[in-house]
Design a protein around this ligand. Structure first.
Ligand SMILES: NC(=O)c1ccc[n+]([C@@H]2O[C@H](COP(=O)([O-])OP(=O)(O)OC[C@H]3O[C@@H](n4cnc5c(N)ncnc54)[C@H](O)[C@@H]3O)[C@@H](O)[C@H]2O)c1
Length: 507
C-alpha cells in the first residue's frame, strides 16, 4: 500500500501469476485491507501451484533439493568481506567492537544464530545437528573488514565511547583497532532527521551527484581493503516518514528524481541506490523504507544484489513476537496491548521527533495485526487496541526499559492481565543481528538460488517489519521465521525440509 497523493491510497498487490495490480481508495485502512485480502488469495493460489510443482519433482519418494532441481551453486567464502555501515552510532560500534573482542578471544558471540546456532538434519534419531557456520559456507569473523559513513567525525573508538554501551575498560582493550576506522563524509540532510546535524557531510548539486560520490567511496574501499565481496548495512538514524510515491516506482523514475532533487528521496535511499548499482547487497536495520521500494527490488534483481529489511527486531517487539504467537496458539483473546518505552540514547532523541517516530510506529504497530489475524479470529482479536509509545529520557542512555500491559481473556471471556517489564540493552540485542545479517546476506549473494530473488524473505527473523514481494503479507511469528530460515539453509544444501510431522517414528 502506498499514498499516491494526500487522500489517495493505492492498494498494490501481485496475483498468483506475478501480475501487478493497483486499486485506489480514499483511506489507508481500506487500501490496506483490500491489499491483504487479495494478497492472501494470491498467496494461497501460489502455494497450491508450488505444491503441485514440488510433487511433480519428487524423485524416488524424496523431494528434490533446490540444488538438484535448479542447479544451485554456492560459491565458497574466499577472501575478505568488506562491511560498509552508513551510521556509525551505538549499534554499529557495538557490533564492530564485539567482532574484534570475539576475534581476540575476549568475549563470546552470544545472541548470534550464525555463530552459536545449530541446524537439525534428518530424523530426530539421526543425531545430526551441525553448527550453522559449519553447515553452510559463511565468511569467518577474521575475514571481516569495516568502513562507514557518519555526519560526525569521531572514529569508532570515540563513537563507541560516546554511545556508552560497552564499558570503557573493554573499549580500551580494542582502542587501536577501533580508532583506525574513521567515517567517510555522509549523505545527509537535516530535513530527514530533524534532531541531529553534523559537519561531516558530502556536498553535491543534485542527489545523483551524491549517489556518484557514494559509488566512488565503495569502489575505493574495495580497492584499499582488498575485499573480494562487500555488504552495506544501514545502521543510520531513523528518517522522517515517507510513503512510496511516483519517484520510487522504477529505476527510470528514480534516476530522473535523483537528478531533480526530488524531496521524496531520503539519504538512506541514495546509499541503497549506490550500493545496488555497484552490485553490493543492502540490509536495512531502521524502519525507513530505503530498500522497501519497487525501484530497489528492480535494481536488486537486475544487479543480483540481495536486499532485506526493515528495522532490527530487538527489545519490545522481539517480546511481542514471542508472546503473541503463544496466545494465538492457545486461542486466548486479546483486548489490548499497551507498550511504552523509556530510552536515552541518540536513537531515542531522534525518535523524539514526530516524523521519525511515525516511521518507527508504523513498523512496530503492524506486528500484532499480522500475527493475530483479526480477520480470521474476529471474536478473539477483532476489538484489540494496540498502542506504542517511546519516550526520550536521557538518564537511561542505551539501557532502555520497555513496559507492556497486555489485556487478555480466556474461557467464557474472563479477563486476565500480563505485565512485562523488560530492562534491556538495545544495542547489545542488535549487534548479533547485524553480524548474522552481514554473513547471511553475503551467503545469499554467493548462492545462485537466492541472489536473483531480490528480497531475502528468509531473513525476516531479524526484522520488525519484514520485507516481502509486493502483495505478500509478511510473516511476523518468530518461530515460523526461524523455521523458514533453517529450512532455507536445508533446502540450499539438498537436505530434507523439517515439517515436524513425525509420523515415521510411530510406524
Ligand atoms: N538498537 C536497537 O535495538 C535498534 C532496533 C531497531 C532499529 N534500530 C535502528 O538502528 C538505527 C541505529 O540505531 P543506534 O542506536 O545505533 O542509533 P545512533 O543514533 O546511536 O546511531 C545512528 C548514527 O547514524 C548517523 N546518521 C544519521 N543519518 C546518517 C546518514 N544519512 N548518513 C550517515 N550517518 C547517519 C548518526 O549521526 C548516528 O551516529 C536507528 O535507525 C534505530 O532506529 C535500532
Amino acid at each position: 500500500m502506498y499514498q499516491k497523493r494526500p487522500g489517495i491510497f493505492m492498494a498494490d498487490w501481485s496475483d498468483a501469476d506475478g501480475r501487478r495490480h493497483r486499486k485506489q481508495f480514499s483511506t489507508a485502512a481500506e487500501a490496506r485491507k483490500h491489499e491483504h485480502r487479495e494478497s492472501a488469495l494470491a498467496h494461497a493460489e501460489r502455494a497450491g501451484q508450488e505444491l503441485k510443482l514440488a510433487n511433480s519433482q519428487r524423485a524416488g519418494g524424496r523431494t528434490m533439493s533446490l540444488q538438484e532441481s535448479n542447479n544451485v551453486t554456492m560459491n565458497p567464502a574466499k577472501g575478505k568481506l568488506g562491511v560498509m555501515i552508513p551510521g556509525m552510532g551505538a549499534v554499529a560500534t557495538t557490533f564492530v567492537a564485539g567482532v574484534e573482542a570475539i576475534r581476540k578471544g575476549l568475549a563470546k558471540p552470544i545472541g548470534s544464530l550464525t555463530q552459536m546456532g545449530t541446524v537439525r538434519l534428518g530424523k530426530r534419531t539421526d543425531g545430526r545437528s551441525p553448527k550453522i557456520k559449519e553447515f553452510v559456507p559463511l565468511a569467518g569473523l577474521d575475514d571481516l573488514v569495516f568502513t562507514g559513513w557518519d555526519i560526525f567525525e569521531d572514529n569508532m573508538y570515540e563513537a563507541a565511547s560516546n554511545a556508552g554501551v560497552l564499558e570503557q575498560r573493554q573499549l580500551d582493550q580494542l582502542k587501536q583497532f577501533l580508532s583506525s576506522i574513521t567515517p567517510q563524509a555522509a549523505v545527509f540532510d537535516h530535513k530527514y532527521v530533524k534532531k541531529i546535524d553534523g559537519p561531516n557531510v558530502k556536498r553535491g548539486k543534485t542527489k545523483m551527484d551524491l549517489a556518484e560520490q557514494v559509488r566512488d567511496d565503495i569502489r575505493k574501499f574495495k580497492k584499499s581493503s582488498g575485499a573480494s565481496r562487500l555488504i552495506t548495512m544501514w545502521c543510520g538514524s531513523t528518517e522522517t516518514y515517507i510513503s512510496a510515491g511516483e519517484a520510487h516506482q522504477s529505476v527510470k523514475s528514480f534516476e530522473k528524481a535523483l537528478r531533480a532533487n526530488d524531496e521524496t528521496i531520503a539519504p538512506s535511499m541514495i546509499y541503497a541506490y549506490a550500493s545496488l548499482m555497484e552490485g553490493v547487497p543492502f540490509a536495512n536495520g531502521a524502519p525507513n523504507l530505503t530498500v522497501d521500494l519497487p525501484v530497489m527490488l528492480e535494481l536488486s534483481r537486475k544487479k543480483e544484489a540481495p536486499i532485506c529489511g526493515k528495522d532490527f527486531k530487538t527489545g519490545q517487539t522481539l517480546m511481542k513476537t514471542i508472546l503473541a504467537p503463544g496466545f494465538k496458539a492457545r486461542m486466548l483473546g486479546l483486548n489490548g496491548w499497551f507498550s511504552t518505552n523509556i530510552l536515552g540514547n541518540r536513537d531515542g532523541e531522534v525518535l523524539d521527533d514526530p516524523g521519525s517516530f511515525k516511521t518507527k510506529e508504523e513498523s512496530k504497530l503492524s506486528v500484532l495485526e499480522h500475527i493475530l489475524q483479526p480477520e480470521l479470529y474476529p471474536e478473539l482479536y477483532g476489538k484489540m487496541c494496540h498502542k506504542v509509545r517511546i519516550n526520550y529520557y536521557p538518564p537511561r542512555g542505551d539501557n532502555k526499559e520497555g513496559w507492556d500491559n497486555i489485556d487478555i481473556f480466556g474461557w467464557l471471556g474472563y479477563p486476565m492481565q500480563i505485565k512485562v517489564d523488560f530492562l534491556c540493552r538495545d544495542s547489545i540485542l542488535a549487534a548479533p543481528i547485524v553480524l548474522d545479517l552481514v554473513l547471511l546476506m553475503d551467503l545469499a549473494q554467493r548462492c545462485s538460488g537466492l541472489r536473483g530473488l531480490g528480497i531475502q524473505e528468509w531473513l525476516s527473523f531479524y526484522f520488525k517489519s519484514p520485507m516481502t514481494v509486493p502483495g505478500l503479507y509478511p510473516e511476523h511469528d518468530l518461530f515460523i521465521q526461524l523455521m523458514k530460515l533453517k529450512n532455507t539453509l536445508r533446502h540450499l544444501k539438498g537436505e530434507e525440509l523439517i515439517t515436524h510431522l513425525g509420523l515415521e517414528y510411530y510406524d
